[in-house]
Design a protein around this ligand. Structure first.
Ligand SMILES: [Zn+2]
Length: 98
């Protein structure tokens, strides 16, 4: 039996899919939700190369993220904050003068 996807895996996969769709789109674009073709210049979506409208974007994301809970989001935010703290700390071997 396949292991269920974690919330983090769901978000990462969604992010990668949206980034790939935005980067690889050619005109006219096929909406990832309703499959209609559209001109990205006329889309109201935050991802005009992926969705024809804000409505399609919202519905697609609602379905994709339906399994995520508030606890998942809080846990992921805590993990991201830990990662960001690490990024802001100097690397142990940096800034040492020879
Ligand atoms: Zn659409």
């Amino acid at each position: 039996m396949p292991k269920p996807r974690t919330a983090a895996a769901t978000l990462v996969e969604l992010g990668v899919n949206l980034a790939n769709a935005e980067a690889s789109a050619t005109v006219p674009v096929t909406c990832k939700r309703c499959r209609s073709t559209h001109d990205p210049q006329r889309s109201t979506s935050h991802y005009p190369n992926t969705f024809c409208s804000k409505t399609c974007e919202s519905e697609f994301l609602r379905v994709e993220l339906a399994a995520l809970t508030l606890d998942d989001c809080i846990r992921l935010q805590a993990k991201l904050e830990k990662l960001l703290k690490l990024v802001n700390e100097p690397f142990p071997f940096e800034n040492k003068q020879p």
